[in-house]
Write a protein that binds this ligand. Structure first.
Ligand SMILES: [Cu+2]
Length: 149
């Protein structure tokens, strides 16, 4: 009885430490599409940060460089544009998805094959570095061809 009682009494004191140990940023469903070496790829995912955060940059061993992009409407055409940061709203989430915000993997150093994963390091203003693995889906998966712009 006594050890159990002690444990229960100790729990409230442990909770704040446990909360602090939680990652500041959580990443849901990171994915990309199959692509050839030397080409470009796009990374998609949902980002959540209880207190809000900003994604500042990203790197991957599979790409020469990674940029943060969004799509903007230019007349009848959707064009990609680099952004300095991607805001993660406090208490909400931001979704990187085809036709919107995405990571642009430029100069792929190897082919991205279906079923593989692509490691990416995200760097957040508050949360620091977060490692994610983009699951490679088929080249046409939820791709621009399926979207009407
Ligand atoms: Cu792009």
């Amino acid at each position: 009885m006594i050890p159990t009682r002690r444990l229960l009494l100790a729990l409230p004191a442990l909770l704040p430490a446990a909360a602090l140990a939680q990652p500041a940023v959580t990443v849901d469903a990171p994915w990309t599409r199959a692509a050839g070496q030397g080409g470009t790829g796009a990374g998609y995912m949902s980002l959540r940060a209880p207190g809000g955060d900003r994604l500042l940059s990203a790197t991957s061993p599979a790409a020469t460089r990674v940029e943060l992009h969004t799509h903007i409407r230019d007349g009848e055409v959707m064009r990609m544009r680099a952004v300095e940061a991607i805001e993660v709203p406090a208490g909400g989430a931001v979704t990187l998805a085809p036709g919107g915000l995405h990571l642009m993997l430029i100069g792929l150093t190897r082919p991205l094959a279906v079923g593989e994963t692509v490691p990416v390091t995200l760097r957040f203003e508050r949360g620091g570095e977060v490692q994610v693995a983009l699951a490679v889906q088929a080249a046409g998966a939820r791709g621009p061809a399926a979207h009407r712009h």
